[in-house]
Design a protein around this ligand. Structure first.
Ligand code: CUK
Ligand code: CUA
Length: 681
């Protein structure tokens, strides 16, 4: 009997699914011309029920499969740009399929893209710290560029928590263009976040240290250790952070955690939560309470409320001092000028999220089952009334009751919050391993007039969720539809791959607002640990298919002066400086023989003169640690010292054509003092 009900349900779902499939617009043909028309309902396999039964799939499994499955050649509706965690990279993932589309080399060399193996070396060097090569990063928070508070699909920023660095990726070619090293702090956390028109990219600090990380004993913590927040000015035309127009603000040595930019109602302000307002300095080995206890003694920490507009004026007026040559607004100046305010936040908070209308700020206390909602209006009127106490550094502290709008009990271990288009907020619950959906008051108060701010429902996730992201869920106009839980633990979700487990991204359907949320898909992330990610409607992205002109330099986004056109190939010697000018096209390099002497310094220019979509060539020289990817139109330059004599067959590393294996050449490095060389002389 039960089985019949299941079968009926399956049939009903398949029929429904058939309708959906039938409504799907026909896809554009793929470049190879293999596009097929959308299947008709009648085209469904009669074996579908048998398959579902054999695989033990219930109705929920089948709807989940139908909501996520993409036939070959059909594209995703959304893209996730995810932190790659300590891989130092960025992951691009399609939604709803949860297919990995790309891993972008950012702070860490990435051989497929040649990143750090011939190209990108200068950008990676920009990220060196005092001359030390740093070739990994702990990426936490990607931030898409915004226009009027909405993703514009042009740029992506991401921070490195370990070394306080920020990278800039151009979404025309999905390549990293810049790395800046923060001069004020050695590590960061509260970044990156973009202001509503990407005037600034915010990078907040975390573990307090003397500014410029100069030496000072921990006994001097209160006097010499400091927090910071940095505002990197973004030059959209140049596609670069403009260090000359950027500045930082000195903050008390509370451990600033995450920030968010105000928007609409709160545009021009920035909010950063913190923990360790206790200013614990650890030292279990000396009998002190461990950090985890010392930093959690108090009932509250401080949310930092920063008047960015005012700070910009003060910076422009030159009221700064220098840390390693970087301008910093001192804590005293920040207080005098009305740039910095604090307000209590319970209890060991993590994250601050500005609601889409900019009117409210949501903070979660990791050790408090509530989210606390602050009213921007109340913050402004309290500041205007000059109603505050001060902390030990003279910073105004607004009373919690004066600025609080509501507290919503959501569950255990609340961390991060996102929003949808229906007036709901979603908060990740680390300890509960769940996502709480709760209703916003304010403009949405009519939804639940009796109690506008209330928990509505929860969905379990697997397991120990950190961040979560909803479609455009941190912008002024969230899309709803999809939410992804970024789970820290996987446990039994996947087959055992040894003691180090992947993280688990779980896709959740939040479209049926008011109804139950549905878990759709598990995606193991075998590289990590990812922290935050953002999801953008794919239609907002318009990456190039090939570089705009032959000889394009992706670093300058212009035609390179070293571009090589067909017929211009040559090898030029000047003393022991050798310059190779090479073209690549299916299926050969020109030249195919390059003969040099041991000890030569070699500068090798290669232009891929192809104009066809996807006609990428690679170029590898064995033993010299060189491999570059040269996309259609791209001009790449690699440099090396020919310090190893011998025969080195260079070859194309992308299977580009039927005669790809033949796309090769010989680099002959003649040993110094060899008879051949003497013969020549
Ligand atoms: S942090 Cu990782 S789970 Cu860096 Cu945004 Cu909260
Ligand atoms: Cu070019 Cu393979």
């Amino acid at each position: 009997m039960k089985r019949n009900v299941l079968v009926l349900a399956v049939v009903a779902l398949i029929v429904l699914a058939g309708c959906t499939l039938a409504r799907r617009p026909a896809q554009e043909p793929t470049p190879s011309g293999e596009g097929e028309a959308a299947p008709a309902v009648s085209g469904l396999s009669p074996d579908a029920i048998a398959i579902a039964q054999e695989r033990g799939l219930g109705p929920d499994d089948i709807t989940a499969a139908l909501k996520t499955y993409l036939p070959t050649g059909v594209h995703d509706d959304y893209a996730i740009f995810s932190s790659g965690g300590h891989s130092g990279q960025v992951l691009v993932i399609g939604v709803p399929s949860m297919r990995l589309l790309k891993v972008i080399g950012v702070f860490t060399p990435e051989p497929w893209q040649g990143w750090g193996y011939g190209v990108g070396n200068d950008v990676l060097d920009e990220g060196n710290v005092d001359g030390n090569e740093v070739r990994w990063a702990d990426t936490h928070h990607p931030a898409l560029s915004e226009t009027e508070g909405d993703y514009d699909g042009q740029f992506l920023f991401i921070n490195d928590k370990a070394n306080a660095r920020v990278a800039v990726i151009d979404l025309r070619d999905f390549e990293n263009k810049q790395i800046v090293k923060n001069q004020v702090a050695v590590n960061d956390h509260g970044g990156t976040f973009a202001t509503p028109n990407t005037e600034y990219v915010i990078e907040g600090g975390q573990y307090a240290a003397p500014l410029g990380w100069e030496y000072a004993a921990l006994d001097d913590y209160n006097d010499t250790y400091r927090g910071m927040v940095t505002f990197w000015k973004f030059d959209r035309d140049a596609g670069r952070l403009d260090e000359a127009e950027s500045f930082a603000i000195e903050l008390p040595p509370y451990w600033q955690d995450l920030c968010d930019a105000g928007k609409l109602a709160s545009d021009g302000w920035v909010f950063c939560n913190s923990f360790n307002a206790e200013r614990a300095t650890g030292g279990v080995e000396e009998g002190n309470p461990p950090f985890e206890a010392g930093a959690s003694q108090g009932d509250t920490d401080y949310m930092h409320i920063i008047n960015l507009q005012k700070a910009e004026e003060v910076f422009n007026a030159g009221k700064t001092f220098d840390v390693r040559g970087f301008p910093v607004i001192s804590l005293d100046t920040a207080v005098e000028e009305g740039i910095l305010y604090l307000t209590p936040e319970p209890k060991s908070p993590h994250g601050v999220a500005v609601t889409p209308d900019g009117q409210f700020l949501v903070v979660s206390g990791k050790l408090d089952p509530h989210v606390t909602v602050y009213s921007f209006d109340k913050i402004m009127s309290t500041i205007e009334a000059e109603k505050w106490d001060t902390d030990d550094y003279g910073v105004p502290v607004l009373g919690l009751d004066d600025v609080k709008e509501a507290q919503v009990e959501v569950g255990l271990g609340p961390l991060h919050t996102q929003f949808d288009d229906q007036g709901y907020a979603y908060t990740s619950l680390f300890l509960d391993s769940a996502v709480a959906r709760w209703s916003l008051g304010g403009d949405f108060a009519d939804l639940h007039p009796e109690d506008p701010w209330q928990l509505v429902s929860k969905i379990n996730v697997h397991y120990n969720i950190g961040h979560l992201l909803a479609a455009e869920g941190d912008t002024v106009s969230p899309d709803g539809k999809y939410l992804v839980a970024m789970n820290k633990w996987a446990l039994d979700r996947f087959a055992n791959v040894g003691p180090l487990l992947p993280q688990n991204f779980q896709l959740i359907d939040i479209d049926n607002t008011g109804d139950a949320m549905q878990l759709l898909y598990d995606m193991p992330i075998g590289l990590g640990e990812p922290h935050y990610a953002q999801m953008i409607e794919y239609a907002k992205l318009s990456p190039w298919e090939v570089y705009p002109e032959v000889g394009w330099d992706p670093q300058t986004q212009a035609v390179s002066e070293n571009a090589v056109l067909p017929g211009e190939e040559k090898v030029v010697r000047n003393g022991n400086e050798v310059e190779v000018f090479m073209t690549a096209v299916r299926s050969h390099f020109t030249p195919e023989h390059v003969e040099i002497q041991e000890g030569d310094h070699v500068t090798w220019h290669i232009t891929n003169i192809e104009r066809s979509y996807d006609a990428t060539h690679g170029f590898a020289i064995p033993a010299y640690n060189i491999n570059v990817s040269i996309e259609p139109g791209e001009a790449a330059t690699v440099e090396f010292d020919a310090n190893q004599p011998g025969v080195f067959s260079y070859y194309c590393t992308e299977f580009c054509s039927a005669l790809h294996l033949e796309m090769a050449g010989y680099l002959l490095v003649e040993p110094n003092g060899s008879s051949a060389m003497l013969d020549q002389e």
